[in-house]
Ligand binder design. Structure first.
Ligand SMILES: CC(C)(COP(=O)(O)OP(=O)(O)OC[C@H]1O[C@@H](n2cnc3c(N)ncnc32)[C@H](O)[C@@H]1O)[C@@H](O)C(=O)NCCC(=O)NCCS
Ligand SMILES: Nc1ncnc2c1ncn2[C@@H]1O[C@H](COP(=O)(O)OP(=O)(O)OP(=O)(O)O)[C@@H](O)[C@H]1O
Length: 201
């Protein structure tokens, strides 16, 4: 039996930081953000649907989707965001499930699904355990502004597009507090993975 761990949190709470640590420990990670980028490449169905829905103005000159432009639209308008989600999410789910099935078939002891919108999209039934990477609001805002070069307003718009982290924390099987150093985060992660017997022997 494969143990499926859902890794989630909020934007810039530290999911990628934790998923990189999990990979280093040898765990296979399937990343929803990566899948969401793959399914909107030129030639894909979702790419065509996005152009039909948002117009060719959201393309870069090389034909790829201008993610900054599309982000500015969807993070400032819930209806537009729902429109994009309705196009991208089904394709992302299909891709992630196929990758997960392949890993289960190959006998993986543990599979990690890194899904920022695990709760918002109602996907908790996909996983056996939910691991939430938590940070305080002020640290989340600061790290997001620094990482993406966003203004405070831009960063807050993205944070508002997700459930509050405190709500996610309440529903978690385990929580990593990522307010501190990366080393402190690594220690918490190791303790949780040992408790869940998630690591290969
Ligand atoms: C709007 C887009 C083009 C912006 O791209 P950009 O490269 O700036 O951001 P990136 O994709 O790396 O996402 C960064 C973070 O934003 C958050 N986020 C992304 N999309 C959404 C969304 N629809 N609702 C809430 N939060 C979101 C997640 O925490 C994600 O980790 C892109 O995020 C997108 O296509 N979103 C729709 C698909 C989606 O929901 N992806 C998230 C996981 S499936
Ligand atoms: N413990 C930490 N100490 C200092 N900086 C950190 C720590 N953890 C993460 N960061 C930094 O905070 C930012 C956000 O972290 P990360 O990219 O891992 O978040 P994320 O949850 O994957 O974000 P997203 O939802 O946007 O994909 C990054 O710039 C990262 O380097």
């Amino acid at each position: 039996m494969t143990l499926t761990i859902g890794l989630t949190g909020g934007i810039a709470s530290g999911k990628s930081t934790v998923s990189a640590m999990m990979r280093e420990l040898g765990l296979p990670v399937i990343d929803a953000d990566e899948a969401a980028r793959a399914v909107v490449r030129p030639g894909e169905d979702a790419y065509r649907q996005i152009i039909a829905a948002f117009g060719p103005g959201i393309l870069q000159t090389n034909g790829e989707i201008d993610r900054a432009k599309l982000g500015a639209i969807v993070f400032n308008d819930e209806e537009e965001r729902k429109k994009l989600n309705a196009i991208v999410h089904p394709a992302v789910r299909q891709k992630m499930l196929a990758e997960k099935e392949a890993l289960v078939r190959s006998g993986a002891k543990t599979v990690v699904l890194d899904i920022p919108l695990l709760f918002e999209s109602g996907l908790t039934s996909w996983v056996d355990k939910v691991l939430v990477v938590y940070v305080d609001d002020d640290i989340q805002l600061r790290r997001l502004m620094e990482r993406n070069g966003f203004t405070e307003e831009e960063a807050r718009a993205r944070i508002r597009a997700q459930w509050p982290l405190v709500e996610k924390r309440k529903r978690a099987d385990a929580v990593i507090n990522n307010n501190g150093t990366r080393e402190e985060t690594r220690r918490q992660l190791l303790a949780i993975l040992k408790q869940w017997d998630a690591l290969e022997k």
